[in-house]
Each structure stands twice: as C-alpha cells, then as structure tokens.
Design a protein around this ligand. Structure first.
Ligand code: FE2
Length: 189
C-alpha cells in the first residue's frame, strides 16, 4: 500500500543572509535609542523598543533590501502584483532577561526581523514561530507527535520574514550582551 502524504495548508517562512555593514547599523541603532523614545505597550518585556521610525534616519540600504526581498517573495510565492511598503519599522535592543510575549501583527501582510548585532546562539534569544493555538491545543492534548513551533536561532546579518498572522514569541536573552534587531511590517499600498 502506497500512502500519499500531501500538505494541506503549509505555512511558509523565509530567511536570507544579507551583506550589509552591521557596525554602521549598530551605531545607528544606539543613536536611535539616545534620540527616540521607547514604547512600553508592545510585546517586549524589558529592553528598548523604539517608537515607529521615519524613513530618513539612516537605514536606507537595509529598508530598500527588505522591500525588494519582500516583493520577490510576494511575487514568487503568492503571485502578488500589488505594491507593498514597510510600515512601520522599529529598533529593538534587548539585554539579559528581556523577552517578547506571544503576539501577531494584525492588518499586515508580512512581518520580519533583521539581526543587526548578536551572538549566533540560542541563548541570545531565539525567535519562535507558533502553530495556530486551537490546532496546537488539539494536537498536544492528543499527544500527537507533530511539530507545533519553529525555533529560529538569531544570526547576525540574517533577515527573517513570515506571514503577519503567524503567532510568535522571543525567548529570553540569557547572555550579558545586547541583541540588536530591526523589526518591520509590510502592508499593501
Ligand atoms: Fe512581532
């Protein structure tokens, strides 16, 4: 008997290693922390989460690359032809014991993070993409051995993109050094 397994509604995510000057970006992120107020009603518990940033403060090359990468993904995977833009984006600087609680980004198409400065180890605070809660509950309560989350180790220079409806958390940074990242949402124009 040949059983044919097919995937019904697979959830994609994407990683891309970018060739960008991260030392320069690191300086820019610390400058943002000195000059832009942090916000405290978001998913982060501790650490610096900047307010939404404007588009003229020195992240041009990165934002341009994120936009082009996202457009390619949307065209190749979703056959989308509509124009998209980044709105908003913000800087995160997370210290030891800082983490993010489970959340989604409603109203957006894709969301993502770019790692500006970090140790490439899970202890620096991995990104966890979760299965939908109801589906996860049913699978877990029946002890079915299906993967219900994807754990992504931070990596300096890596861009991660995922559909904005995917619930995600960030595990605590257990190292005594900063993890700096830039997060963003993509929306249709
Ligand atoms: Fe998020």
């Amino acid at each position: 008997m040949n059983i044919n397994t097919q995937l019904l509604f697979p959830t994609p995510f994407w990683t891309v290693d970018l060739d960008i000057n991260n030392s320069e970006l690191t300086r820019e992120c610390y400058r943002v922390r000195r000059t832009v107020k942090g916000v405290f009603d978001k998913s982060n518990r501790g650490g610096y989460h900047s307010d939404n940033l404007s588009f003229n403060i020195g992240f041009d090359s990165l934002l341009h690359t994120i936009c082009n990468t996202s457009k390619k993904i949307l065209t190749d995977y979703y056959s989308n032809t509509r124009e998209v833009s980044i709105n908003p984006y913000w800087v995160n600087i997370n210290r030891i014991d800082n983490y993010n609680v489970r959340h989604i980004h409603p109203g957006c198409i894709l969301s993502g993070v770019y790692y500006v400065k970090c140790q490439n180890v899970p202890e620096q605070g991995s990104l966890v993409l979760h299965m939908d809660e109801k589906e996860q509950f049913i699978l877990n309560s029946n002890h079915l051995n299906i993967k219900t989350k994807e754990i992504i180790t931070p990596k300096e220079g890596m861009l991660v993109l995922f559909p904005s409806y995917v619930p995600h958390t960030v595990l605590p940074n257990t190292l005594n050094c900063d993890r700096i990242s830039i997060s963003f949402n993509l929306v249709f124009n």
